[in-house]
Design a protein around this ligand. Structure first.
Ligand SMILES: [Zn+2]
Length: 277
């Protein structure tokens, strides 16, 4: 069984502050070790549960956060940006997926909650329902018949996952107090929790088997914090401005929708200006 771990950082053990997840800062250097510890615990649990192959896809910022020289030797690491399927690149060859270090979406309560952009994107809906990166990535995985078997992050991310990956196990490594504060488990305890849940997730998946691929069109709506971002993004073919700060588009499949969403976020990110006033 081949398992893909999509590893983000906002939901890793210990991270609660923007600098913790900002590449190049001393805080980030420290937190890279904690993220790597979460990943290693997951790899260990997956192999004990019966996985034959594990690929870890770096999914945060520059996508070079995990310490390769400290990674469990049985796993392989996909490092770097500009991957067609972004956070779920590699799903095409996987039998099951783990979303590790995930977080809640823009506008929701949760530690370091956001959707792609730190603050310029304020709301996101898929087919009319509140959406986050987890829901979008789970839909893309479902198109390949790949279930999400484990989600790790803060307690609110784990609760949110019940809505878009109801069969997944969860491991909450911190309890949200505010968007920038959490009661955190030390890495030794979060590692034990992740290891245990990963092992159970793989053995349950082996019994349950893979689901049938699910495909179909999806309607995405995105709210931005300013009108000029919606205007800029509406220049992308198939994307329409539906309100002063809102754009929407329909794509024939979840992976097409994910790819269009990524372009929207890139254009909006490039159109945002520094703070003023
Ligand atoms: Zn991230």
């Amino acid at each position: 069984m081949r398992v893909l771990i999509s590893a983000d950082m906002e939901g890793a053990t210990g991270t609660t502050w923007p600098k913790d997840v900002e590449p190049g800062t001393p805080a980030w250097e420290r937190m890279r070790r904690l993220l790597t510890s979460d990943v290693n615990a997951c790899v260990e649990g997956l192999f004990s549960g019966g996985a034959d192959e594990v690929v870890v896809n770096e999914s945060h910022e520059t996508q070079r956060n995990i310490l390769l020289d400290e990674l469990d030797h049985r796993a392989r690491l996909l490092i770097g940006r500009h991957k067609p399927l972004g956070m779920v690149q590699g799903i095409q060859e996987a039998d099951a997926a783990v979303f590790l270090g995930y977080h809640t979406g823009a506008g929701a309560q949760g530690v370091l909650s956001h959707t792609y952009l730190a603050s310029a994107l304020t709301g996101f809906r898929i087919d009319g329902e509140h959406a986050d990166e987890g829901r979008m990535n789970a839909l893309a995985a479902a198109e390949y018949g790949v279930p999400v078997i484990l989600v790790t992050g803060d307690d609110l991310t784990c609760a949110a996952a019940a809505r878009w990956a109801p069969g997944a196990r969860t491991a909450a490594v911190k309890e949200c107090v505010s968007r920038f504060a959490a009661v955190c488990l030390p890495p030794s305890r979060s590692a034990a929790l992740i290891r245990e849940q990963a092992e159970l997730a793989v053995s349950e998946h082996a019994v349950r088997g893979r689901p049938e691929p699910v495909t179909g069109p999806h309607h995405f709506e995105i709210d931005f914090h300013a009108t000029h971002l919606a205007e800029a993004v509406a220049g992308i073919p198939t994307v329409e401005q539906t309100g002063p700060r809102t754009v929407a588009f329909t794509a024939p499949t979840a992976t097409r929708a994910l790819r269009t969403f990524r372009i929207c976020s890139t254009v909006a990110g490039a159109s945002a200006e520094d703070r003023f006033g």
